[in-house]
Design a protein around this ligand. Structure first.
Ligand code: SAM
Length: 257
């Protein structure tokens, strides 16, 4: 079975028709249902496998309910911090789903889970008076090439996103990293002056000190041996609570959200 959103969408009827023809040529006769993938497809449930080709920040309840006991949900994962990781959940038949991540997946986010926030339009206001401090943690350590670090930060800070602003029109700032909560209530900025690589200015506003939280998340990840996604897992309860863990469900990842 495949999911799409209807005519006009790149995954709509036309594209499905092509896929259907290819599958038929291979001797397979899939049933194609068109609609919101978050709702699954109750009509033919329950399934041995639910395989998503978009990423999710929350596994839709319908997917768990529509999977057979012992069946598997495979879905690309995304946190607002970083889109990375593939989650393979086994469903127990009583509403619980649990399983491991693996690396190397990055798919576009499911449509109804997108937040569409912009830092100047939605978050930072002229009247905000942020606190100022200095950090020695490089902003590139938590946003750069180290995908394992970014994945682990995303698991701990499930409602924080970030964006870079190069060459902002600010004296003495070559690049600025912005962070903000998905409710747009708290933000932080970390400035690189273009010279120093061990001293950065931090601005924070709102009820949460976001850069401080990122530092805690990064230190925790280092303290447990800088693990990659393959050492992490996730358990989802019948109530929909998502708990990330390291090595086993008995070791939950700190929730700094
Ligand atoms: C990475 S593409 C994969 C496309 C297709 N499955 C394939 O393998 O070629 C992700 C697709 O998910 C679709 N999508 C995103 N959110 C959706 C939703 N809530 N319901 C159905 N489709 C959705 C997008 O329109 C997009 O076509």
């Amino acid at each position: 079975m495949g999911w799409g959103t209807g005519k006009g969408d790149s995954s709509g009827d036309g594209k499905h028709a092509g896929k259907k023809a290819s599958l038929k040529a291979a001797g397979l006769e899939p049933r194609v249902a068109t609609g919101d993938g978050a709702a699954g497809c109750a009509a033919s449930a329950r399934y041995d496998r639910v395989i998503a080709t978009c990423s999710v920040r929350q596994v839709p309840r319908a997917w768990v309910e529509q999977t057979k006991p012992g069946g598997v949900i495979l879905t690309p994962w995304e946190s607002p911090w970083f889109c990375y990781g593939l989650l393979r959940l086994t469903v127990d038949g009583q509403g619980l789903a649990s399983g491991w991540f693996s690396p190397h997946s990055a798919f576009m986010l499911m449509r109804n889970q997108r937040t569409d926030l912009r830092i100047y339009r939605d978050v930072v206001r002229d009247e905000h008076v942020p606190t100022e401090s200095v950090t020695r943690l490089s902003p590139w350590a938590v946003t750069g090439d180290d995908w394992a670090a970014q994945f682990a930060i995303g698991l701990q800070l499930r409602n924080v996103w970030r964006t870079w602003h190069d060459n902002p029109d600010v004296d003495g700032v070559a690049s600025r990293l912005w962070l903000a909560t998905t409710d747009a209530e708290s933000w932080a900025a970390v400035d690189w002056d273009g010279r120093s690589d061990d001293r950065f200015t931090v601005w924070e506003h709102g009820p949460r000190r976001l850069w401080a939280a990122v530092e805690v998340a990064y230190q925790w990840w280092q303290s447990v041996g800088s693990p990659g996604p393959e050492r992490f897992g996730m358990t989802i309860t019948p109530e929909g609570k998502h708990t990330a863990w390291l090595d086993s469900p008995e070791q939950p990842v700190p929730d700094l959200s």
